[in-house]
Structures are given as C-alpha cells and as structure tokens.
Design a protein around this ligand. Structure first.
Ligand SMILES: Nc1ncnc2c1ncn2[C@@H]1O[C@H](COP(=O)(O)OP(=O)(O)OP(=O)(O)O)[C@@H](O)[C@H]1O
Ligand SMILES: [Mg+2]
Length: 247
C-alpha cells in the first residue's frame, strides 16, 4: 500500500492525546495523532485492515516492520500503525523497539532514553515496569533500553522468546520495529519468533535492485505479508491512493 508524505490537507485541531495528554508535546511525525483525518493517517487504517485480512484467525500476532536499507520509514510506519490500532480500532497493542543498535523511538515520543528491551533481556527490570502506556493502556511501548554490547546474542537468547510468549498472552498485536535488512540481516534473528514481516520501501529512492538484494539475503521470504510504499509525493498520491501489496 502507499503512504504519502505527511500532508497538510484537512487540518484538524490537535487531539489531547498521547504523552502527557498535551497535544503540543506530540511530535509532528505522529500524523495519526496530529492529523487523524488526513489522507496520510487514513492510510494506516487501510494498512491495518489489510494486515488483519492476512493474519487469518491467529489469537495473537507478532509483526516485524523492516526495510531493505536504513531510513526508509520503519519507525514512522511502526509507530503510526500502532497508534492507529490502539486508538482507531480499540485494540491492545505492544510496540517493541527492536532496533537496538540505532534506537530513536524515544525521540518520536519525546521521552528520554531509559530502561527498555535490553534491560528486560538482561533481567534487570520487568517489562511492565519500563513500558510506556498510551491511550489508557491500549498501546504499550517498550523502548530499546541502554545500548548493550552484543545485541545479536541478547536478541537470540531464550529470554527474548519468553518475553514474546508472555506478551502474546497480554496483547493481541505485537509490532517490532526492527533494523534494516542490509547490511546486518538482524531480521534473521527475529525470524523464528515472529509471524509476519512488513517491508517498508521508500518511494522513488530505494532502487528495485536493492530491494531484491535485501529480500534474497533473508533466510526465507515466506513470512513477508506485504510492502508499504512510503513517502509517496503528495502530488502523485492525490491521484493514486490505491493499496498495493506484494506477496
Ligand atoms: N510518510 C512519511 N512522511 C513524512 N516523513 C517521513 C515519512 N516516513 C518517514 N519519514 C521521515 O523520514 C525519516 C526516516 O524515517 P524513520 O526514522 O521512520 O526511518 P527508519 O527506517 O526507522 O530509519 P532507521 O533505519 O535509521 O531506523 C524521519 O525523519 C521521518 O520523519
Ligand atoms: Mg528506525
């Protein structure tokens, strides 16, 4: 499906939701909060509807959001999608910052970097004590935590599996904002413990050959449920708001 660059069309008052309940504290990139009735925000509702169709009747679903290379919009997509699920669809969702080498979700949420996934994995803190609660607890966010040395070892530990197993009991939907496929292929570490992968592609920037190379370096492409064409220019997107999935 396509997600346009956040647009200034149909401005609406900023909702008093999100961190601290003060709309002015909300980062402009959270378009699902800042401009909930914009075309861009609508695309996340459409995206979720499409993802739901692909989840079949699973009682819980772990969705990894990745991209071929860095800066294609994984965090932007993960967070806006998670907000839309919690707020527009009234569902409980856990968003995990799984990009431990390059954490920046706290910046979007305007939170100081604090305890998070690495600390839970190291047994320093309980997940409930360090996750951020938004939308009356419907959206929980687990930040990356203190940057640890060997993140691959931590992520492939049994503890990671335990965290997800226990989260599956509390949340119907778990979204993991993962690192890009190139150069590290860290997504392969997540592969056994996730149900589906959403590939974010930056429109007009990421060459097709790079996407192909990224896909071929995955241990398997079986779990890819679709692709999001991100940052489509608004002039173009005015005329093209169709959903496009690749399977
Ligand atoms: N649809 C969009 N409209 C406007 N800006 C966007 C959109 N998607 C992403 N951006 C901007 O592009 C930049 C990169 O996005 P983001 O941080 O989500 O990328 P990323 O894939 O998570 O990067 P990294 O690989 O470093 O983790 C950010 O400044 C973000 O605000
Ligand atoms: Mg990111």
């Amino acid at each position: 499906m396509t997600v346009p660059v956040r647009d200034e069309e149909m401005p609406v008052p900023v909702e008093q939701e999100g961190q601290g309940g003060n709309g002015d504290l909300v980062d402009g990139r959270l378009i699902t909060i800042k401009q909930p009735y914009s075309i861009a925000a609508e695309q996340y509702r459409v995206l979720w509807t499409r993802v739901c169709q692909l989840m079949q009747d699973k009682t819980s679903y772990v969705l990894a959001v990745t991209s071929s290379i860095k800066s294609e919009g994984k965090t932007f997509t993960s967070l806006n999608l998670a907000i839309s699920i919690a707020r527009d669809f009234d569902e409980k969702v856990l968003l995990i910052e799984g990009d431990l080498k390059n954490p920046c979700l706290h910046e979007y949420l305007k939170y100081p970097p604090g305890f998070g996934l690495t600390d839970v994995l190291e047994g320093k803190i309980d997940i409930n004590s360090c996750s951020i609660q938004l939308f009356e607890g419907r959206l929980s966010v687990l930040l990356a935590g203190k940057t640890a040395g060997n993140t691959s070892k931590l992520l492939s530990s049994h503890m990671m599996q335990e965290i997800l197993n226990s989260a599956r009991g509390n949340f119907k939907y778990i979204i993991i904002d993962t690192p890009p496929i190139i150069p590290m292929v860290d997504i392969n570490i997540y592969y056994p413990i996730i149900d589906g992968i959403l590939l974010v592609i930056q429109a007009g920037k990421t060459p097709r050959s790079v996407v192909k190379r990224a896909l071929s370096s995955l241990s398997s492409s079986e779990k890819i449920i679709g692709a999001v064409l991100n940052e489509v220019e608004s002039n173009y997107s005015k005329y093209y708001y169709g959903t496009r999935y690749s399977y």
